[in-house]
Structure formats: C-alpha cells, structure tokens
Design a binder for this molecule. Structure first.
Ligand code: SF4
Length: 544
C-alpha cells in the first residue's frame, strides 16, 4: 500500500512533496523554495561582508545564513522573561554565532590550532565544544566571515550546513579507528557522505534539520538522531551496521527505532542517501514543529518506512539483521585508555564544554608534544587526544591538567552538560553555561563525602528546546521562569528525573510542580543525590 493511502488525514496535506504539495505552506518553506539557502554565501562574500550588518536581507539574516553556520546572537541584557514577547529584530544583536562542523569530531593539531586562532582573532576568544562535536564561536562580525572561511577552509574545515534544514554534522565515534573493541572503522562512510552530499543542492532543502550518527560503539547518542548506524555483528554476514531512524528531542521527544536492517560498511552512504531522500520527499512541511523525521516515522511505523525505502529508493531489499548489544551506559571516553595499536587515548572534560581559543591552541601544542596529531570532540562536550605512546602519557596529562582539563575529573564535571543559554541564544529563558560551571564547583564541595559510584548526569537547558538533552539525563533541567518563596518571578528549572541512553534509554519523568529556582539548584541536587545514595540497593542505577 502506498504511503499516500496509509495514514489518511495526518499523512495527507502535511506539505509532502511526493504527494504533490509543492506550494510552500509556511515562510521557511517559501524562502527555501525562492532561493537555495546555499546561494547566500556569494551574497555574504560580495555584499554583506563589504557593506556591513545593515545591508543584510532579513530572509537571509534569519533564514538562509544558517546554512553556513551563522545565527545572530542574543542582544546582551534582555532577560529571559521577555524572550517570547519580543520580535526577532528586538532580540538579536549585530554579532553572529558561528558553528564549525567537524564531522566525526575529528581534527589534526594544525586544525585545532587554527580553530583557536580564529577564536582569538575574530571571536573574542570564545569557543564552546557542542554536544554535536562542533566548535561554536560567538561575537563574529559579518565583515570577518570571509577571512574566517579562508582560514578554516585552507585547512579542510567548513561551516557548510552546520545549521539549517539540511544534513548537519555527521557524528562519529571519537575513537573510531583506534578503539580496542571496534570491528570496523566507519570513518570511510562518514567521509563519503560528507564528500558527496554536504553542500549539495540534492539535500539542501529538507523539511527540517537532519542529524546523523555513525559509530561501531554506542558512544554517539544514536537513539536521539534522525538516522544512525550502530555497529553490529551479523551471524552470517559478519560486522556491519544496524540502521536506526526517527530519534530527536526538543518539545516532542522520541527515541529512534530500528528498521531491523543490517548494512555493510560500503553500503552505508547509499542507504543514508535513501533515508534522507524519503525524508526530503515525504517529510511534513506544513508545520515546523511537526517536520522532523520522527513524526513521519511515528505515523508510518518502521515496517512501512523500510518498505518505502527499499521499494521506491533503493530498488532492493535490505538484509535483515540483529540488534546490537546495549551497554549499561553510553561511553564518554573520559580518562586514559589503551588503543588497539598499544598506544593510548586521553579524554578530558572542559566544564560544560566551555573552552577558549587560547585553550584550543594550547591543547594542540600539548598533543604535538605527546607525539599526537589527532584530537577528537565528543557528543558529550568532551575532548580526546589519540595516539599517545605510554612514555608520553604523564607529560600530556600534566599539560592538560595545567590547562584546567583533568583526565580524572570529578563525577560532576564529567557528567554535567549545558546548552548555550541566555548569554547568546535568542530562544533562551535562563542562563546555563556559567551556572553549570558554578554548580559543578558547588557540588564538588557539597558532595565530597558522597561520591556516587555510578555517574549521575546533569543537563542544564535554557528553554524547552532541549539542546543539551533535558529528557535523557538522570537529572534534566529545563529553563523557565518560576516563582520563588517570596512570590517573585525568577530564573529556574522544571526538573525531569531518571532519563538516560543505553540500557535504560528513556525519557525522564517530568514531575508536575517540581520546579526549582536557580538559587536553590545546589540544595536540590544535593538532596536528590543523598537520597539516591542512601536508598540505593545493590547495582541500582539512577534511572531505575
Ligand atoms: Fe537555546 Fe533553548 Fe537550545 Fe539552550 S535549549 S541552546 S536556550 S534553544
């Protein structure tokens, strides 16, 4: 049965191209139809960078520039309570946030040094490691964008499709190619997808953002990506990848589902393109908040999606395959580990992903002194230095320690993440990054006598969009305005408890009425952790 006949009502009339709905149904669809967003690059280089911020066409400014990793940042001094009431032009500053896509999270020492220099030269020394293995800058002037591109692209880095309704950065394992337990290194598939499809008009107009993750190990949060390939051993065909689709958080969270298909390494790019094309052609384009692939999967179900993929796009059946074994928790690679070649990798935890240009350049120097030319960013806002010989380990660990990047961080520093928040994000209601850093320091003191022997993840988000994964944290915090004990409206958080990925993958319970003010946050987390530690039975995990 064709999809057009499957789920009438909801499936029909949602702006799916394949069903003949080519007329744009909202302003975003209109600007994408009117001019491929990738074309804005020429205008940035030839007009906007020369004439300044005021010359930028509003549709480019708030729409197409995202396809080149550029968003305007929040004007300083606007409190979160006013976010929803203001027009975009009232909220936005004349500076940009710029996101550099680092597919697979992979950089060389020279690339890392250049990322640091861009930060120091053009971004007031800002640099955040995002939970999608990107580097995010702030305070970028439109006049400087062409020079930044020159520098980054000269060393093989890009901002192409780092944001926008297109294939975003491809997440890969930070330890791809070196992990002792890895049976196949998926890097060739990541590279081929990027080479063939990123910056291509074929996929530069998807219904919504599209997130990919590919890894042998379960270290890439595959459950919350639109498409993911996870390593699995097939009893007849050997090592390959299990195909997952339709994950995503935000305000309607859904975990990805398996299609039950085993994909060999050399077919990953073709299958990726097939799934992406189904999304492009059948995805819902009427309402942006219902446009992610997860809504199509929810309506069709995995069997129907696989049938359409096979019959209409691949022209062949996929091989049925088993599910991969699920680890108790996803792996974050923080610490010192032996590689399959006998050398080591060292993972460190910048506080809530915040570093600086100077720190990035200093990590590059330290890695080179340790004989390494490969550094990786992780989907947990961490940094990993690969290929370190045993006799260089101590020196590297010392160097990283001096940069404030311990390889043995406290459990709180290791498992706390924070989104951009009100400092720069136009959608934010509360401050997150600096608050998370202070909270970690506070918890290290408060809970020095009660260090849980299981990690407890703490994710601070500035609004319901859940960029730092509110719903899949042990303690997920969603920023909002709350009422304090004196009746004042203040910054605070709705609490979600017991979410996670891995064996207990699921969304935290949103406890009705459980809201804390930001001032109460340390007291609240301490209370929750002490209760857990006191009442915990043997081997019980937080999410159980
Ligand atoms: Fe901005 Fe909200 Fe995302 Fe945080 S969760 S970065 S505040 S949109």
């Amino acid at each position: 049965m064709a999809p057009s006949q499957t789920a009438p009502g909801r499936v029909r009339g949602q702006g799916q191209w394949k069903l003949g709905h080519r007329e744009p149904l909202n302003p975003n669809e209109r600007f994408k139809r009117d001019d491929d967003p990738l074309n804005v690059r020429a205008r940035i280089e030839n007009i906007y960078a020369r004439r300044g911020f005021g010359s930028i066409d509003p549709q480019d400014l708030r729409g197409r520039m995202r396809w080149w990793g550029l968003y305007t940042q929040r004007r300083p001094g606007i409190d979160g309570g006013r976010t929803a009431a203001l027009e975009p032009e009232e909220l936005e500053d004349e500076y940009f946030m710029m996101r550099v896509r680092l597919d697979g999270g992979a950089v060389s020492a020279a690339q890392l040094r250049a990322l640091g220099e861009v930060s120091q030269d053009y971004a007031r020394d800002t640099a955040d490691v995002t939970d999608r293995e990107n580097i995010q800058y702030h305070w970028i002037r439109i006049e400087d964008v062409p020079a930044i591109w020159d520098k980054l692209e000269g060393l093989g880095m890009r901002t192409t499709e780092a944001c926008g309704d297109c294939p975003r950065v491809v997440l890969g394992s930070p330890v791809a190619g070196v992990a002792a337990a890895e049976r196949i290194d998926p890097t060739p598939a990541v590279d081929e997808i990027v080479e063939r499809y990123i910056g291509s008009p074929e996929f530069s107009n998807l219904p919504r953002k599209y997130k990919t993750a590919i890894s042998w190990q379960q270290d890439i949060a595959h459950e919350i990506n639109d498409i993911a390939f996870v390593g699995v051993e097939h009893p007849e065909h050997g090592p390959g990848f299990d195909l997952w689709v339709g994950g995503g958080l935000s305000t309607n969270p859904r975990l990805a589902v398996r299609l039950g298909a085993w994909v060999p390494l050399d077919e990953v790019p073709e299958v990726w393109a097939g799934v992406t094309t189904v999304f492009r052609d059948y995805g819902y384009r009427r309402l942006r908040h219902r446009a992610r692939l997860k809504f199509l999967i929810a309506d069709w179900g995995p069997e129907e999606f696989r049938r359409v993929l096979e019959e209409e796009y691949l022209g062949r059946a996929l091989v049925d395959g088993p599910a991969p074994e699920t680890p108790e928790r996803p792996v974050d690679h923080v610490g010192v580990f032996e590689q399959k070649d006998g050398r080591h990798y060292v993972g460190v935890a910048p506080p809530s992903g915040r570093v600086s240009g100077g720190t990035l350049a200093a990590i590059a120097d330290a890695a080179e002194r340790a004989g390494s030319d490969r550094i990786r960013f992780t989907p947990y806002q961490k940094i990993v230095v690969l290929d370190v010989a045993g006799d260089r380990l101590d020196r590297l660990i010392e160097d990283l320690n001096r940069l404030g990047l311990p390889a043995e961080p406290s459990t709180w520093r290791r498992s706390t993440m924070a989104c951009t928040g009100i400092e720069f994000c136009k959608l934010a209601i509360v401050e997150t990054k600096e608050r998370a850093i202070r909270l970690v320091e506070d918890l290290e003191k408060r809970l020095a006598d009660t260090v849980p022997d299981v990690p407890i993840s703490l994710h601070l988000n500035g609004c319901p969009n859940a960029c730092a994964r509110t719903q899949v944290a042990d303690i997920g915090l969603k920023g909002q305005v709350v009422t304090d004990g004196d009746g004042n409206q203040v910054e605070g958080f709705q609490v979600h408890l017991g979410g996670g990925l891995g064996l207990d993958a699921g969304f935290g319970r949103k406890l009705r009425g459980l809201k804390v003010t930001s001032a109460e946050l340390g007291d609240y987390v301490e209370r929750v952790v002490r209760n857990f530690a006191e009442q915990r039975t043997d081997d019980e995990r937080f999410a159980q």
